[in-house]
Design a protein around this ligand. Structure first.
Ligand code: VAH
Length: 318
């Protein structure tokens, strides 16, 4: 990955992945793209940036050619809760953008990454220790685009020889960007509210287990997978990865170890609860560990300590 083009670079994953790649390989090693150009944004200011609508194939191809990239990391997509409110827009953006990105990768022989999600599983998937290869009948538009994307990426590898790779991300927790319309966002919101108010009202109900991971582990996983020996990859699109599985009461107790007075109540959002109930309780990351050495570092308490430490200054500044 000497010269990487990233779509959706202003999102939760993109903003941190671009920063890490630029830290490792230099500011000019990444051409960051997104549909808008917020001039005061660190991702825009820290290196090459282009405005790009991923539904504009010709423009995407031109940017990749002009910057002589060797890798395309395609992140632009609507997340689960927003996608459920705007399913047609979600299909057009998530699938239209992906087809364009895969075509650019095929045309220019680029290495390719796009994420899937635990959202690619559905209510009749085995819920505990969900296998790498199993039934995938998601009941959300987000999940339909994710499982379709997995199949399309495998097709482009088998049919056209494109070096496509992906992971099924769990819920990702980070402090550098605000949550972007996902179902697992409660596990991000809770840290902000704990510092602002000392309490949180969860929109996901007690006892709802979901896989989660701290963003530094997610970024390391993408880079490790993209640098992995292709001959060792039995699977490609997309690997189960996870660092932990927890429910709202677990994260409450973890925060209380740092902030004993923290309290949590519930006001369940029926739509996001329905989405969460259709996803696994925990997935099995064995294939990722065996095929490319996936190895997360943060557990729930380590993540909590770091999140509260990093967020406290920002919350105090308002
Ligand atoms: C969402 N954060 O909630 C994303 C992710 C597994 C969840 O795909 O939509």
């Amino acid at each position: 990955m000497k010269k990487v083009m990233v779509t959706g670079c202003l999102g939760q994953i993109g903003s941190e992945l671009v920063a890490k790649l630029r830290e490792l390989n230099g500011p000019d090693s990444v051409i960051a793209t997104d549909i808008r150009r917020p001039i005061d944004n660190p991702t825009v200011q820290s290196g090459p940036f282009e405005e790009l609508d991923v539904n504009d194939y010709d423009h995407m191809l031109q940017i990749a050619k002009d910057n002589n990239v060797d890798t395309l990391i395609h992140l632009a997509a609507l997340l689960s809760a927003v996608a459920e409110k705007k399913p047609q827009l979600a299909w057009n953006l998530n699938m239209g953008g992906l087809v364009n990105a895969l075509e650019v990768a095929r045309e220019l022989n680029l290495k390719f990454f796009t994420p899937s999600s635990i959202g690619s599983f559905g209510p009749n998937t085995p819920k505990d220790n969900t296998p790498q290869d199993t039934l995938q009948r998601p009941t959300t538009m987000y999940g339909v685009t994710k499982v379709s994307g997995e199949l399309l990426c495998d097709y482009y590898h088998t049919k056209f020889g494109v070096d496509t790779r992906g992971v099924r991300f769990p819920g990702l927790i980070s402090y550098k960007t605000l949550p972007g319309g996902g179902t697992t966002d409660y596990a991000v919101d809770i840290y902000y509210e704990a510092l602002k108010k000392g309490s949180y009202e969860s929109f996901i109900k007690e006892g709802t287990y979901m896989d989660m991971m701290y963003m530094p582990d997610a970024i390391d996983a993408v880079i490790k997978l993209m640098n992995a020996d292709p001959d060792k990859l039995v699977h490609r699109n997309a690997f189960n990865i996870t660092a932990m599985s927890f429910e709202p009461e677990d994260i409450k107790k973890s925060i209380q170890k740092v902030m004993p007075e923290f309290d949590m109540t519930y006001d369940v959002d029926p739509m996001r609860q329905t989405i969460a109930d259709s996803w696994p309780n925990s997935i099995d990351p064995t294939c990722a560990k065996e095929e490319w050495g996936f190895s997360p570092n943060y557990d729930l308490d380590a993540m909590t300590r770091d999140m509260l430490d990093k967020l406290k200054d920002r919350v105090e500044q308002g």
